[in-house]
Design a protein around this ligand. Structure first.
Ligand SMILES: *Cc1c(COP(=O)(O)O)cnc(C)c1O
Length: 817
């Protein structure tokens, strides 16, 4: 079952043959990249039959399908994961060993496609893995960016961005589907034409168009026959520049369309949790949404005459507001292209669409200026206006003539379209991504909408796939667990609780910690080769990896390291467990302060790592180009997981879950899913510190003067002073901005907006508790095992089951093969 039956010899032959046909080489002379490509071609053949069967079955059974609409899919490398899910992981290693080729080198030769910024894109990838594993009919729909998130380099301590040309050596997983190309229209104007039966038909004229071409990527389920599809849309000019247009005087237009198609899918916007009202971004959004909606409706019409059935056959899940234009585009297709009356179309649209909110940070909320929106999407704009008009009428009926309230809730206000509000009004479900986050949505950020539509609101705590984040990333630990409790956990993570009886088992503790140490040794070796820094595998590996954001408070972590360094300088004999602080983080290219924090981390590292007087008690390492493949290397080697956001700001976090699964202990605030991790493991197995979300809110509304912390806390004072006294840079002005941002406010922001100084003392206390706990090897092992054992809740399988049951009403469809 699920295994793809294939002889090793056949596989060897296929790889050998593919190297020959593709590169005119034999295995002995081919590079790792070439062998990788040849291996993919061999495996793709094996996947294809199941892939075809999956889609035939969906058609035959007329199954309901969910379309997960997302601007980002941060998939990570395909090969290793696909092999694991195909049950070929062991076979392939044997095959390569017998061929005399190092399998790891081949896996490492695959580019790590960065078609996402961070957590949101990675969530979409984990969801696809779970959907296939749970045999749920699904498509992921997004954009085939030619350049993903930039490759980060560090030069002289500063982040430098380089393009990520992931398609350079070809795209062996993607299959181009010309037959499903659709036309996407931008700009022009709308003409109302009288229909024969009265009423108007609205026609867009004078537009520019591009063709959307889908590329399909297989998403292999674990241990079953399901292969779902990730469909990424690419753009191509409809009208190539040619003499015909030139002669018609249309050269200009043809050239414009060609340029539009070229730029449309070129790059992913590298800003995470930050919205810029860029026209190209809106074009990208409409491009992949219009393509998806048109294709979905066309497919529906092949089998059905009655549009009232659409919600029984199709679900759209909107991953944040980026795809929320789907609400208006579905209305356009139903009303304009299929002659449905508005009310009927609206009911269908609401039943089809569901919206996931990912953030309450105001700078991340998408609002499009009316002039830009109406110029780019004239017909969609009219539809949004009509949606808004009817919604405001509904509000008036409910609340009477209350202009203030209507202005607060309207989809269009202050010359802008608020995409989140359109998504809420046009969906039957609005979900947050962790319990605390959903409560904040209901009681604060979206309070008015919650009162209006309480039935729409629900929580779906995020999750991660254990196939990538344990089975693939940490094979030794996976094996130990399987040896003890069997392999049921791979598709049912709650079964990890079966290792609870081993928490007290000395032998198990020993093996668990030996694996952790082996992972640490491997990471130390990598760090030595990548950065030339020697780190001690017996030190505590304390890791903070995630996007660089002020709210995630990497600055709190560094400031505390500076505080510790100061203490060591004053007292080199300080009794502490040696600690290695490891960071990884990309900053949005235009986010100056985030980039300065990266420079600070590197500068602190330069000083601390080279100061012999502290006898190697602390090391600070910044690993460049944090991405999925680096995460897979780091997380299994972590002792401590830093999840220290300002409470109330991190919607969920998923990094926190990956660390927990791999037996790292969390140092964290009561924020996002940390709260639920705390609930699972209990206060004795986690290091919680800092203000609660409520306390943060109170402080924010009340008086907060960071100077009072500065004056009262000598350690804080000394750490702050080190920012500006030349300790970490000869240029004493270099880090002045960070100093000022914390104490005085800077560049329009409040002083210490994220309460770094306010939470410092308690963070320091929590870190002392970590040091203390680690000295007791047995206690630490118990805590680490306990964390792994209790991480079952955080499987994306659990999350997806909840979406399928409570939002999509989506039955599974097993594939017979
Ligand atoms: C999991 C993951 C994230 C999200 O991490 P958070 O700590 O939840 O912000 C970001 N980037 C990569 C590469 C990841 O794997």
């Amino acid at each position: 079952m699920g295994q793809i039956g294939i002889e090793k010899e056949t596989l060897k032959m296929m790889i050998r043959e593919n190297v020959k046909t593709l590169y005119r080489k034999n295995l002995e002379t081919a590079s790792a990249e070439e062998i990788y490509q040849a291996a993919v071609f061999s495996l793709r053949d094996l996947i294809t039959d199941k892939w075809i069967k999956t889609h035939d079955t969906y058609s035959e059974k007329n199954a309901k399908i969910v379309y997960y609409l997302s601007m980002e899919f941060l998939m990570g490398r395909f090969l290793g994961n696909a092999l694991i899910n195909m049950g070929m992981n062991t076979v392939i290693k044997e095959v390569f060993a017998e061929l005399g080729i190092d399998y790891n080198t081949v896996e490492e030769a695959e580019p790590d496609p960065g078609l996402g910024n961070g957590g949101l894109g990675r969530l979409a990838a984990c969801f696809l893995d779970s959907l296939s594993t749970l045999e749920l009919p699904a498509y992921g729909c997004g954009i085939r960016y030619h350049y993903g998130i930039f490759e980060q380099k560090v030069e002289n301590g500063y982040q430098v961005e380089a393009p990520d040309n992931w398609l350079e050596d070809g795209d062996p997983w993607g299959i181009r589907r010309n037959e499903y190309a659709v036309e996407i229209k931008f700009g022009g104007h709308v003409r109302a034409m009288l229909k024969e039966n009265g009423g108007y038909r609205f026609v867009q004229e004078g537009y520019q168009s591009v063709m959307a071409i889908p590329y399909d990527y297989p998403v292999v389920g674990y241990g079953n026959n399901t292969v779902n599809t990730l469909r990424l849309w690419d753009a191509r000019a409809k009208n190539r520049i040619d003499l015909k247009y030139f002669n018609e005087g249309n050269y200009q237009k043809a050239a414009e369309e060609e340029t539009l198609a070229k730029t449309l899918t070129d790059v992913l916007y590298p800003a995470d949790e930050h919205y810029q009202g860029k026209e190209l971004r809106l074009r990208q959004q409409f491009f992949f949404i219009s393509a998806t909606v048109q294709r979905v409706v066309a497919r529906f019409k092949e089998n059905h005459g009655d549009f009232n059935l659409l919600p029984e056959k199709v679900a759209f899940q909107l991953n944040d507001t980026h795809p929320s234009i789907a609400v208006a585009e579905l209305m356009r297709v139903l009303v304009d292209e299929n002659d449905l009356p508005w009310d009927q179309a609206w009911e269908i649209t609401q039943k089809v669409c569901a919206y996931t909110n990912h953030t309450i940070m105001s700078e991340a909320l998408e609002k499009w200026p009316l002039d830009l929106f109406s110029r780019l999407l004239p017909r969609i704009y009219q539809i949004v206006e009509e949606i808004n008009r009817r919604f405001c009428l509904e509000l008036t009926e409910k609340y009477g003539n209350n202009p203030e309230k209507i202005r607060r809730l309207a989809i269009i206000a202050d010359g802008q379209i608020r995409m989140a509000y359109m998504a809420i009004v046009g969906s039957h479900s609005v979900n947050g991504v962790a319990a605390l986050h959903t409560e904040i949505l209901k009681n604060q950020e979206l309070k008015d909408f919650y009162k209006l539509y309480p039935e729409k609101f629900n929580n779906k705590t995020n999750g991660i796939t254990q196939r990538r984040w344990l089975l693939h990333a940490n094979p030794q630990l996976a094996e130990l667990i399987t040896e003890k409790i069997g392999d049921g956990w791979i598709t049912d993570l709650a079964q990890l609780e079966k290792i609870l009886p081993y928490v007290e088992d000395e032998e198990f503790q020993k093996r668990f910690m030996e694996i952790k140490r082996a992972n640490k040794v491997a990471l130390a070796k990598y760090i030595k080769s990548a950065k030339g820094i020697d780190i001690n595998p017996d030190s505590i590996f304390d890791i903070q990896v995630k996007r660089l954001h002020e709210y995630k408070r990497q600055l709190l972590n560094v400031l505390h390291i500076i505080g510790l360094y100061n203490k060591l300088k004053m007292n080199p004999g300080l009794d502490m467990v040696p600690r290695t602080y490891i960071f990884g983080a990309k900053a949005a290219a235009g986010y100056r302060r985030a980039k300065l924090i990266i420079k600070l981390i590197n500068s602190v590292g330069d000083v601390v790592n080279n100061d012999e007087s502290i006898c190697g008690k602390i090391k600070v390492v910044f690993l460049e180009n944090y991405r999925v493949s680096l995460a897979e290397r780091l997380i299994p080697a972590a002792d401590v997981s830093e999840q220290i956001s300002t409470a109330g700001k991190e919607a969920s976090g998923t990094g926190n879950m990956k660390f927990m699964l791999n037996g790292a202990l969390t140092v964290g605030t009561m924020d996002g899913a940390n709260v639920e991790i705390f609930d699972e493991v209990g206060e004795e197995n986690i290091f919680i510190f800092g203000m609660s979300a409520e306390e943060v809110q109170e402080k924010y509304n009340g008086e907060y003067d960071p100077w009072s912390v500065y004056n009262m806390n000598q350690e804080v004072r000394m750490a702050m002073t080190a920012l500006i006294d030349g300790t970490f840079s000869n240029d004493t002005c270099l880090f002045r901005e960070l100093y000022d941002a914390l104490l005085n406010g800077f560049g329009g922001s409040k002083a210490d907006e994220y309460f770094v100084l306010e939470d410092y003392a308690d963070y320091q206390r929590a870190q002392m508790a970590v040091d203390y706990a680690y000295r007791d090897k047995e206690r630490w092992a118990r805590m680490a095992i306990y964390n792994t054992a209790k991480s079952g809740k955080f499987s994306s399988d659990r999350t997806i089951k909840e979406y399928a049951k409570e939002i999509w009403s989506l039955p599974s469809v097993p594939i017979e093969f």
